[in-house]
Design a protein around this ligand. Sequence first.
Ligand code: FAD
Length: 157
Amino acid sequence: MAVYEGTTVTGIAPRRVHAEGGTVSADVVVRATEAYTRDLPGQRRTLLPVYSLMIATEPLPAEVIAGIGVFGGYVVTGVACANLAGRTMAELILETDTERTALPWVGAMARTWEPEPLRWLGVRSSRRILRAADDREFRTDREARAAYRLSRVLRGA
Ligand SMILES: Cc1cc2nc3c(=O)[nH]c(=O)nc-3n(C[C@H](O)[C@H](O)[C@H](O)COP(=O)(O)OP(=O)(O)OC[C@H]3O[C@@H](n4cnc5c(N)ncnc54)[C@H](O)[C@@H]3O)c2cc1C
């Protein structure tokens, strides 16, 4: 099987991938473009990169790192999740039933984001509500219900 690395995909259609060098046809097309998805034609409302919790700096002195409490990576949603998703995807493509293909996230469809300016308003409002909820929890040491209610709205629950 040929693997073409470093090739920019310019568009995806059913069973077709348009790339800089030409078009590829396939029975299965996996779009694994993560936060870059919104740059593909027709995908702007599919995925919304809201913020990054990561920062990059010059190497910091140990006492500075100790002072701000930097942790060495995280595992909740990042590469562990991508690994699980990749293996599950491969099993689905091969039509193999496994404990992974029975997980609740398989087949779950996220709705598209609202058109502008509603999307912009929604993101701005959500961030304000979550920031206020953080402040409140920090002050009162109690769970802020606003954050819970917002998460239900965002999940469409
Ligand atoms: C700064 C930073 C630090 C992180 N640290 C951690 C960590 O410590 N622990 C952790 O678990 N997770 C971490 N993550 C998250 C983790 O990197 C992602 O969850 C994971 O990489 C997602 O994997 P993915 O394969 O879905 O997408 P990605 O790894 O983002 O891969 C998407 C790929 O699609 C390619 N692509 C996009 N558009 C096109 C196009 N048009 N044509 C061709 N190719 C395209 C990109 O070049 C990229 O290679 C971090 C993320 C960032 C940004």
